[in-house]
Unconditional design. Sequence first.
Lengths: 180, 180
Amino acid sequence: MAHITTSVEYGIHCLLWLVGNDNRPVSSRDLAELQGVSPSFLAKIFPRLEKAGIVKASEGVRGGYLLARPADRISFLDVVDAIEGEKPLFDCQEVRGRCAVFGAQAPGWATAGTCAIHAVMLQAEKAMRDTLASQTLASVGERFMRKAPPAFADDVNGWISDRVSGRATRGGRPARDVPD
Amino acid sequence: MAHITTSVEYGIHCLLWLVGNDNRPVSSRDLAELQGVSPSFLAKIFPRLEKAGIVKASEGVRGGYLLARPADRISFLDVVDAIEGEKPLFDCQEVRGRCAVFGAQAPGWATAGTCAIHAVMLQAEKAMRDTLASQTLASVGERFMRKAPPAFADDVNGWISDRVSGRATRGGRPARDVPD
DNA sequence: TGAACGCAGACTAATACAGTCGGCGTTTGC
DNA sequence: GCAAACGCCGACTGTATTAGTCTGCGTTCA
Ligand code: FES
Ligand code: FES
């Protein structure tokens, strides 16, 4: 896990909108437009969340994504690992074994176990991962919504419903540009 | 601070050899050969440590580097920041302000303060930095040497002394290959 | 004076990240 | 049955970063 990427920011922001949405799948395109980010890019992120068992996908028209488990059992660490893959914070090149006083072959004691320096990095990585694991979509979502006026969540839900029904029930409202 | 790089591994490994070396500057070239890494590359790392006040440089022939302060007051965090510059673990793109229900201008409450998601990332970064700050060259160097046989530190010091005097007092012993 | 130093900057190759595009299989509404 | 709205996959582009090299300059010391 090196450098938490923009994909994670997009992903978590999307997932927060899915909290509490148990029976209406939302498409990645709608989530993208809701947040003003690239639909193509978001479309690359969600399959990873699906493979990790964080969201469930339903295919076909009016398909989309739902959370696969309750929001209080989805941690930030789950999402980060799902999107970025488990890349280490630090990858050791084993320089300790190349010390010139060893000659060609380093003695066993020099390369046994984990290098003391590497150990510190692993400890730092663990501290970071523990922090991420301690935060769930539910807890952060609650904190996220506390700043917004009470009507905001309804506004967003309404926007999503408009989006879906606007396309599927009437053929109109192309929602792209090209108004004429 | 994103992804702790190879430069940091090289840098800290070098600095550990400087612990306890108070009056004999060691050149970056010697440190490079001692550890079997690229001299040119190491030569790019040390000026950063010097600018950060971690090592002191002495120029001219038989010059080199010394620790600028006691090893128990040089933390891993100091070294990482000196070498990599303070790059954030996560850089927020402020997607929260682009929500479609806001229209063109996001309301003040939406962009005030730190995004709840961003806050978690900052917290995780702080946990990592705190861990790095808690470890010093002295503590890790001690742990590092505990694995080695007692004669090892002397062997290394001898190797360095040979390196210096071999070049400067006699012109011989090129220490490269080309033995004949 | 020249070799051994530190220091700065230009340069390269490889990799990763953000973002796009086109094609394919599935489902639904008409 | 067809087309549109979905998810999913792989190939592709441009830019930034990383590891590593090379050249040149100023300083010190034998
Ligand atoms: S050998 Fe990789 S950190 Fe020490
Ligand atoms: S806007 Fe960047 S993390 Fe929420």
